[in-house]
Design a protein around this ligand. Structure first.
Ligand code: GN1
Ligand code: MG
Length: 367
């Protein structure tokens, strides 16, 4: 019992989970929080719950974080009900503790929350069927549409400057300067790659300042594995991982989806010859996204779809490089060079997107 990565009895008690505990599975997709599926049985029925330990090193204010999530999920719940959908499957449900709080803080200061487990659905790490990517685009586009009128000033900034590419670039420069882990001398090529693209960091922020790109309520972490697909229909039924729902640019969400889902290789693939931007998947995503979020997008948003794929990939690459230089303090890593390998795939993808930019623009124009 003591080998469990969580205090079972305490969690059961705090969240009033009934039934017999059967076991748990660890979900290893995310780089930030620790996630488990708890299996229970009650009256012969299986009941699963999603348990997460919130990473408070990344999310400094769990109260504000959970306030955002409660606000957004209850808003979505009403919209889903109004549309005749099933809110238990189409959005997350936050479980309250017996004290009425949306998370439980244990004696060591660790913060735990429980969500409903969405059954008969799956997540994917990579795309084998292009239709699924099209469906992911529709799900993220719909998510954005549903939150179009959400009072964005009620949202806390859970991570300040999250997709502020200028400030991300500054963070990189600081990490190079401080060289905490003594690694800077080994990554001069990567640093040069990044520095050669500093100007890109300003493009979207300048457009926003000029009023050409509107601030919207965005998800900000639109990785493929943050959508759940229905086992039977393969439709994207629920957008998950709502920790970074904040005001942002639609292009952050679009670009980040392409970065992860249209890459022909995994985010930490060591063989860089496998990394490339799949133009067919890009097209599938563009079409799916425009079919749901399209009506409300401005011309500047549409014009920058292809560029945003490059920028978000670049941003992620410099974040991995920054963390590598800082000694791996932010992202979970499985081995010492993990962040560097991730940086390499992102930069290889940036280079490939640069080669394909004209074709990507054509795809957007056609769509
Ligand atoms: C993190 O936790 P996860 O894996 O969904 C990160 C994202 C990065 C992503 C890179 C809060 O997302 O911003 O794009 O890793 N989340 C946070 O895979 O920093
Ligand atoms: Mg996340």
């Amino acid at each position: 019992m003591s080998e469990l990565p969580f205090q079972l009895e305490e969690i059961k008690h705090q969240f009033a989970l009934g039934g017999d505990y059967i076991g748990y599975d660890r979900i290893n997709n995310g780089h930030i929080n620790n996630t488990y599926v708890l299996h229970f049985q009650e009256d012969g029925q299986n009941r699963d719950f999603l348990l997460q330990q919130i990473n408070t090193h990344v999310f400094h204010n769990p109260d504000e974080l959970m306030e955002n999530i409660l606000g957004v999920t209850s808003y979505l719940r009403r919209q889903i009900e109004a549309a005749g959908g099933d809110p238990e499957r189409e959005t997350l449900t936050v479980y309250r503790t017996i004290g009425g709080t949306p998370y439980y803080k244990d004696a060591e200061g660790h913060c735990w929350r429980i969500y409903n487990f969405i059954s008969n659905a799956y997540t994917c790490q990579n795309i084998t069927d292009p239709v699924v990517f099209h469906n992911a685009a529709k799900a993220f586009g719909t998510f954005q549409q549903m939150l179009a009128d959400y009072p964005s000033d009620s949202l806390h900034e859970t991570i300040p400057n999250f997709h502020n590419t200028v400030s991300r670039f500054q963070d990189l420069l600081q990490a190079i300067e401080a060289d905490q882990a003594g690694r800077a001398k080994h990554v001069q090529e990567e640093i040069a790659f990044a520095k050669a693209r500093e100007a890109d960091c300003h493009v979207l922020l300048d457009l926003m300042e000029r009023g050409d790109l509107p601030l919207r309520v965005t998800h900000n972490d639109t990785k493929l594995n943050n959508v759940m697909f229905d086992n039977d229909t393969k439709q994207g039924i629920c957008v998950i991982d709502l920790d970074t729902v904040m005001p942002g640019l639609s292009l952050y969400d679009f670009g980040d989806s392409i970065r992860f889902g249209a890459n022909t290789a995994a985010e930490d693939e060591k063989d860089l010859s496998l990394v490339s931007l799949d133009l067919n998947l890009f097209e599938q995503y563009v079409k799916g996204y425009l079919s749901t979020a399209g009506q409300s997008l401005t011309k500047a948003e549409v014009d920058n779809l292809a560029f945003s794929a490059k920028l978000m990939t670049f941003e992620c690459g410099i974040r991995f490089l920054t963390d590598y230089l800082n000694g791996d303090t932010y992202f979970k890593t499985a081995y010492p060079e993990h962040n560097l390998d991730r940086c390499h795939t992102q930069f290889a993808l940036v280079a490939d997107i640069e080669r394909k930019m004209v074709q990507m623009q054509e795809i957007v124009s056609r769509a």
